[in-house]
Every structure is written in C-alpha cells, then in structure tokens.
Design a protein around this ligand. Sequence first.
Ligand code: AMP
Length: 210
Amino acid sequence: MRLILLGAPGAGKGTQAEVICNALNIPAISTGNILREAKANKTALGLEAASYMDSGKLVPDEVVINILKERLKEDDCKDGFILDGFPRTVPQAEALDKMGVVIDRVVDIEVPDEKIMARLSGRRVCEKCGSSYHVEYKPTKVEGVCDRCGGKTVQRKDDSPEIIKDRLEVYHAQTEPLKDYYKKTGKLVIVEGQEEVADTSALTLKAVEA
Ligand code: AMP
C-alpha cells in the first residue's frame, strides 16, 4: 500500500502516519523529519534547508524531490510506504508520478486554521526521540521532560505564532491545490480531524482500508 497523507501543518499527519505504520507495517516517511535530522547534524543539506524551515517556507522542490527519491530506494519501501509531508506542491506530485510511483490512496486530514493555531502554538517535541506533546491537551508527566525517553521537550522554532501563520499561508497557496490534483485521480479521501486523536485514527484507518 502506497499512501499519501495530506493536510495543514499540525493537522496530525505525523500521529496518523505512526498509527498506519503500526497497523500495516509499512514505513512512514516524513521529509520534515529527514530535514530536521540533517539540520541537527549540520550537514550541507541541513544548512541549506535551515533558513527555509525556520521561517516557515518550503524547501525548494528539487532538494526535497531528491531526498524522497533516495529514501524510496531503500529496502523497507518495497512493500509500500506512507508519505507524511510530501508532496507539498504540484511540481512535487508531478515528480512522484514521473518516478513511476503509483499511489493507492491519498488521505487528506482537515482541521480548521484556528484549531491548528492552538495545537501548534502549544506543541512541544522531544529533542531526542521526536515524541510530540501539547502543554494543555497532552502534557508530559514532568514539565519539560519526555515521558518516553527522558529527553528535553522544546518548542519547535517554526511553532511560534507568527511562523505558524506563515506556514498556514504557504499551505493554502501551495499545498492545498494538491486536493484537486488527487481528486481527479479518484484516490482522495477526506477525513475530518476530530477532538480525540483516537477518533481521527479510527476514521483514517477506515479510509485507508476501505
Ligand atoms: P513538517 O515537519 O512536515 O511540518 O516540515 C517542517 C518544514 O520542513 C516545513 O515547514 C518545510 O520548511 C520543510 N519541508 C518538509 N517537507 C517538505 C516538502 N515536501 N517540501 C518543501 N519543504 C518541506
């Protein structure tokens, strides 16, 4: 099964990617995570991507397309995968088609902008293992300490209110047109993000397995 998860930043794509990954035993590929790792390791790619990421802009298409091309060559992708955060522009979707990647389903998780704002501005992530929390809706047991690995939880640089606004603008202008792109292929399923993560997961799995 080859899946794409679409949705605004903070719509819960990462969480749902993990749920599907566990249910179907296929890898979840997040270009955002690959870029963040490169940035943390100060590789040439990370240094190039940093200024785009920190200001809420998209990293240039050719850079992310190459990252994805290389990642899909890895052995664990041969029986399928979940793309979380790619494609984010029409040229990226076209590049995927040109690579000959046949997508089975595209799940778009829809959450209104006001909710995204509240979710992302309260989000905290573990520096070490990447686990995600929320100061109000999903706090860590000990403030600032990851429940899973004991690492330090921090606010992502791009989760500040001004940058979230920019990221939402970028999403509406550049990523939302992908809904039409995939609607035409008949592969798009829309899932309304629910208050409870488990309820969204149930809908997402139903959309994937239908
Ligand atoms: P994410 O964790 O998916 O929200 O991604 C964090 C940041 O990484 C984004 O705001 C972009 O700067 C960059 N990024 C991740 N995936 C892509 C992509 N497919 N195209 C362009 N930039 C991306």
